[in-house]
Design a protein around this ligand. Structure first.
Ligand code: FAD
Length: 380
């Protein structure tokens, strides 16, 4: 009998979690292959530590080749086509056949959707711009930093606020904080809509306490040198840091898994409309209510990866288990000086999703460090 081929597209948070769960529970003759165009993994949260100067990219990334030591195959190629009818995936060089496919390709940043954004701002989520943000805030002596979320949904809803607080903390350390104004714009009315009004208010107060002025309901339409324009006004800046619009990776849209401008819609099993094809993590969209979707976060990508892996394992064993993603998790809200709050989330709580912000402490910051360390040790 031919061995079972499980192909995982994307060696990020979700792909690595799924691959490890599968490898630990399946016999060695089951082939598990991760395909990724990058040959390294680094948690996105480290980008914030590069900005505050406590980390560097070179010493924070891990080689994806390390998965081969555990009997997971790794292919460092770009996926250019997914053909669910013939159960194949094409990369630039070859074709792979699968029995089970897990799409864990994350999102693509799409700054080009807003005129002038790429040219006139530094992109918080773009690894190339992260050291430039560090340099810019170090060099700035006075003036105005504007931060703007320019599209929804975006990865890790609290991360831009963490970034603002960490930047303020760097400015405080270098004695320039009093002469640098910080403003934060979002198209959403609240800081953290998925977290609800109370948590949003808590975050607003934390921002206020650090002299960061939050302006909701500001949809960015274009950016010019030193000026950002919204549907309802404009403001000038000396430094603009943005979260760009996100979109599903082109290969996902081109292969018919998502409509342009959308992500892959799934329920809590993460099954797609195609046989034995699952979509996990940022690339999917799981609606919780008619307005609220599961936020795009590593912790949820990981849980979805484990859920899907367990269902594949039980299908291979011809058992009937059908686990669903439970929507529980948590995210840190780092506020600077090795202190963090913790957002405990239960997306499928009844009658409404539940988020609680636990107060900032040194312990939560240590847990954030542990969050990264434990996963790197386990996965790579
Ligand atoms: C600044 C910042 C801070 C964050 N902090 C946190 C946090 O504290 N906690 C948390 O839970 N989440 C956090 N997140 C969110 C988290 O990083 C993402 O939600 C998570 O990475 C999603 O996992 P994923 O597996 O869906 O996608 P990813 O981890 O993005 O992995 C996708 C992989 O697919 C690969 N890929 C894409 N297209 C192709 C292709 N065509 N061919 C081959 N390979 C391809 C990519 O190279 C990538 O390796 C943060 C995000 C940011 C930006």
């Amino acid at each position: 009998m031919n061995p079972t081929n499980i192909v995982i597209l994307g060696g990020g948070f979700g792909g690595l979690a799924a691959a490890n769960e599968l490898r630990q529970n399946l016999p060695q003759d089951a082939r598990i292959t991760i395909i990724d165009k990058k040959d390294w993994f680094m948690m996105d949260l480290v980008k914030l530590w590069i900005i505050n100067g406590t980390r560097e990219f070179e010493t924070s990334k891990r080689s994806l080749e390390n998965v081969t030591k555990k009997g997971i195959e790794f292919v460092n190629e770009e996926v250019i086509k997914i053909d669910p009818e013939h159960k194949t995936v094409r990369t630039s060089y070859r074709q792979f056949h699968y029995n089970y496919l897990i799409i864990a390709l994350g999102v693509e940043l799409a700054p080009e959707q807003i005129h002038g954004l790429k040219e006139n701002s530094l992109i918080l989520y773009d690894l190339k711009d992260v050291p430039k943000i560090r340099d810019a805030i170090k060099q700035m002596k006075s003036g105005k930093i504007v931060m703007a979320i320019t599209g929804m949904p975006y990865k890790c809803p609290p991360a831009p606020f963490e970034a603002a607080l960490l930047i303020r903390s760097v400015l405080e350390e270098q004695g320039t904080s009093d002469s640098i104004k910080m403003e934060f714009y979002s198209p959403a009315p609240l800081t953290l809509p998925a977290g609800g009004p109370q948590v949003s208010e808590d975050i607003l107060q934390i921002l206020k306490s650090k002299n960061i002025e939050f302006q909701g309901n500001h949809k960015t339409v274009s950016v010019e040198p030193n000026k950002i324009k919204f549907e309802n006004g404009e403001t000038d800046f000396d430094l603009l840091i943005t979260v760009p619009p996100h979109k599903a990776p082109s290969v996902v849209t081109a292969s018919g898994f998502a409509q342009p401008g959308k992500f892959i819609e799934t329920d809590r099993t993460c099954k797609t409309n195609f046989e034995n094809v699952y979509a996990i993590g940022d690339v999917n969209q799981i609606m919780v209510t008619d307005k609220i979707a599961v936020p795009k976060a590593g912790i949820f990508a990981e849980e979805e990866g484990i859920t899907v892996a367990r269902n594949i394992i039980s299908q291979i064993a011809k058992e009937m288990q059908n686990a669903v993603f439970d929507g529980k998790g948590g995210c840190f809200l780092e506020t600077g000086k090795k202190v963090a709050g913790y957002l405990a989330v239960d997306m499928f709580a009844t009658p409404n999703p539940l988020t609680e912000l636990r107060p900032a402490s040194g312990e939560h910051f240590s847990e954030k460090e542990k969050f990264e360390r434990e996963r790197l040790e386990k996965w790579l």
